[in-house]
Write a protein that binds this ligand. Structure first.
Ligand code: GDP
Ligand code: IMO
Ligand code: MG
Length: 422
């Protein structure tokens, strides 16, 4: 399948985990390159549900290598729990999971600062996952971060942590929050370091060697295009580059080794957290929530829902260079009589065919809709493109064309088998 970057084309939770699991069958290595345990990637194997936060979703396919790249921010305590949970379910992680020694660490003060900043913002809050992601990337940019390579060097780790806690405890006190105990954090992190040490590797070299051998690599994006730190709906974004470029910086694999970009998008739109969502619609949200769908995989929050927004996905196709599309959750629309698709935004008499950068302007954007007839029959049993209702195929072709990329996968349920290669 050559080297493939997989990105979310909307606001995250597009079904990347499921598609990664499906595509892992065709590659040798799967790499996470950005984000942290703010991600929640769901994979079902039969009735067993797996939610991956830091470990690549390729881990469920025996014989494949999985890499947590340098661009990821790693909460080591949370990673230990995730690995232990996978082992308990019989998933092999030893010898096939690698953790970059230059990945930055998330500390309890990052989580606490995340929560305190959100509290202080009040109604202007971002609605973060409170996993400490923003403060951890902030430390990385400020060159005050600690990395995995420090975690596995006990004397150096203790010295560095001591200095960082001193500063962060002052900040926490200023927020009115409780300072952290060096002894406690040190003990917890040292234990996590010992546990993780066998997984630690120079993953840039590992990936270079894989490329030299001709191995195929799949780059597992987390979050989605409009949560990108540079290209998203700032400040209602996450703190990493979730778009295709992040796969290079977050892994050390250069752009001229990348062959293809796959964009994952739902057949409608969802978003969790605050910030503009032009096609948000109560009717579709109520319908999906009543079906027990669209609750966050990481925080359990109900996701905001809306109609498919082709202005946004078209922009995602441009920014990421999306070649092929995986369209998921098609079955979520099975009961609808009429389906709306946003084809432009409007503010007063001004029409936009792109996503305006001014957040206030974007908030005022009203969707301009085109209507499609619903197919009103279950798609969950379809295993071939021709088994999908004609109206469903027409809808999928239309949203792919509006987005500006080829339809590649149609997903009609959470299971591996509920996947149609177009
Ligand atoms: P990710 O963060 O992009 O990996 O997506 P999440 O796992 O957070 O959320 C996607 C949800 O949709 C999960 O519950 C998946 O099991 C589910 N899912 C993915 N594809 C399909 C599909 O085609 N149909 C249905 N019904 N569920 C799907
Ligand atoms: P996956 O990989 C959906 C959102 C949060 C919040 C904003 C900033 O599962 O698609 P952060 O904790 O990163 O500082 O929060 O980004 N967010 C996600 N939304 N899916 C995700 O990951 C997300 N990761 C972060 O809800 O709005
Ligand atoms: Mg998710």
């Amino acid at each position: 399948m050559a080297n493939t970057i997989l990105v979310g084309a909307q606001w995250g939770d597009e079904g990347k985990g499921k598609i990664i699991d499906v595509l892992t069958d065709r590659v040798d290595v799967v790499v996470r390159t950005q984000g942290g345990n703010n991600a929640g990637h769901t994979v079902y194997l039969g009735d067993q549900k797996y939610v991956l936060h830091l470990v690549p979703s390729g881990i469920l396919r025996p014989g494949k290598k999985c890499v947590i790249g340098n661009g990821v921010v790693v909460d080591p305590v949370s990673l230990v729990a995730e690995i232990a949970g996978l082992r308990k379910l019989g998933v092999k992680v030893d010898g096939n999971l690698f953790l970059s020694e230059t990945a930055h660490l998330v500390f309890p003060y990052h989580r606490e600062l995340d929560a305190q900043r959100e509290r202080l913002k009040g109604k202007y809050k971002i609605g973060t996952t409170k996993r400490g992601i923003g403060p951890a990337y902030g430390d990385k940019a400020a060159r005050t971060g600690l990395r995995v390579i420090d975690l596995i060097n006990p004397p150096r780790f203790e010295a560095l942590l001591k200095r960082r806690l001193k500063e962060n405890n002052e900040v926490l006190k200023a927020f009115g929050a409780k300072p952290l105990s060096l002894k406690k954090v040190l003990a917890e992190y040292r234990a996590a370091g010992d546990f993780l040490k066998p997984f630690v590797a120079n993953t840039t070299r590992l990936l270079h060697e894989a490329t030299q051998r001709g191995d195929d690599i799949l780059f597992e994006g987390a979050q989605g295009t409009f949560l990108d730190l540079d290209h998203g709906t700032y400040p209602f974004v996450t703190s990493s580059n979730t778009t295709a470029g992040g796969a290079c910086t977050g892994s050390g694999v250069p752009p001229n080794r990348m062959d293809r970009v796959v964009g994952v998008m739902k057949a409608y739109t969802t978003r969790v957290g605050e910030g503009p969502l032009p096609t948000e619609n109560a009717e579709i949200a109520d319908m999906l929530h009543a079906l027990g769908r669209e609750f966050g995989a990481t925080t359990g929050r109900p996701r905001r829902c809306g109609w498919f927004d082709s202005v946004a996905t078209h922009e995602a196709a441009i920014i990421n260079g999306i070649d092929d599309l995986a369209i998921t959750n098609i079955d979520g629309l099975d009961t609808l009589e009429v389906i709306q698709v946003c084809v432009a935004y409007r503010v007063g008499k001004t029409r936009f065919d792109y996503v305006p950068n001014d957040i206030d302007l974007l908030t005022r954007c009203e969707p301009v809709y085109a209507e499609f007839p619903g197919w009103r029959s279950p798609t969950t049993g379809a295993r071939d493109w021709k088994e999908l209702p004609a109206k469903c195929r027409a809808y999928l072709k239309a949203i792919a064309e509006l987005t500006g990329a080829r339809p590649f996968i149609a997903s009609v349920g959470p299971d591996r088998k509920q996947t149609i290669f177009v």
